[in-house]
Design a protein. Sequence first.
Length: 483
Amino acid sequence: MGRNFSQMIKQELDNLDKDPETRTSAIKALKSCINDMDSSSIPIFLTQVSETNECEHAITLYEDIARVHGSAIVPHIHYIMLTIIKTLTSNPDPFALHQACSKVVSTIARYGMDPTTPDYKKQDIMHSLCKPLSDSLLARQESLSSGAALCLKGLVELDDWRFCSGQMVNEVCQRVAAGLENLVQGDSQMGLVTALAKRNGLVVEGYARLLVRAGVRILNTGVTEEDSRKRLSAIRMVNGLITSLDYKSVMSELTFVIEEFQKFQNDQIADVKEAACEAIQTAKRILWSNVNVSLKDGLFSGHMSTPSSAVETEAQEDHDDGFTGFVHRSPINGDPRSPTHSPQRSRSYVNADNINRFTSPRKPSRSRHVSDDGCSKTQSRRFRSPPSSKLNRRSNSNYDQNSVNGSFTYKGVQFNATSAVVSSTEDILTNTSDNLQQCQKPVPESHVKSRILSTGLFVLFVAVVCYLWLRDINNEGYNLVPT
């Protein structure tokens, strides 16, 4: 059966080079043989297929073998990959052949691993498929390098790519980056870079700047060669890199990418123009979104505080609720800035330096409009506190409006200054209420009584006068002489 099987396979393979009808019949016969043969006949079939001259149709038979026999094809992967590399090198029509080889490699990876296969064996299978293709990425023959890149792209897009070792992934990234840097240009290589950026972004980030520069260089080469397909592939590769990778790895190249891609916004090819505009928008969005984050973090990063001169001015004038802005912290009397970054009005803490800032609190704001100037001046003096640097200079001294020391006496009451400061604004509000009561004293009771007494005496005097006047009128009537 072995000899008859071999002769039958050879005869059907020879029919692949004939007219389309005979080729179709031969393909059906070969697929029937694949379904009927056992695992021991696989090496004979693979040998016969590798020796045929009709590579494009014969290479698809590997796909059928992998689909039918599954993991039984694994021991023969090395031989299959040698046949694929030889086919990629010798065939003059690369496009259709590249597609066929890519399908074969992907099918072997998909059906060569079943759920019961251990992970280390899956890793070995992926290594057996990737190693010959990775070595071919730097080949001088463009057909071989492009075909190997297309086969690797098919593997990267598979779910089983996760079983590929990190060392192999790094080797593929390194070789494809070197190939693009050495102007071994092809759409397949750039497609492989895009696929790797989506699946293995952390590894590709190490080559991000090199790949972006290579993509822009290929783009300019496409202009020189008038190759619209190359321009489109280069733009898509760069756009895929800046979209899939961490912005930190490509941040330094975004401005350069925008400047270069703006040249192609009016390209004659609609697809190139659309891809360039999309890439520019993506680059600008990534650039400005991360610049805004930096501005948010550093906008109020400087030391901010309110100067003491502004506090003294507000003590003498009416306070304004408007935002007056921040100024840089003074190294002598500046307060530490708030840890919360906010453009709103900063909260001033009550201490010995700025306690006079609260002479006009919000609730008793009418104290500003008291007409008694003496009361206003007294209130301003009562809320002025000595600087903290002068509190401990002298233990006892008289109160002075211009210079206040450790202790002072006001209206017979002695006040001792300590290191403690006003704990909250409630004390300020209480003192303000006391001052308002002093400024708005009622009229003394003695003055009221004197006014009532004087009014009563005046009324009594008027009554007496009226009484005497009426009595005189009545007396005149009785003293008339009779006639």
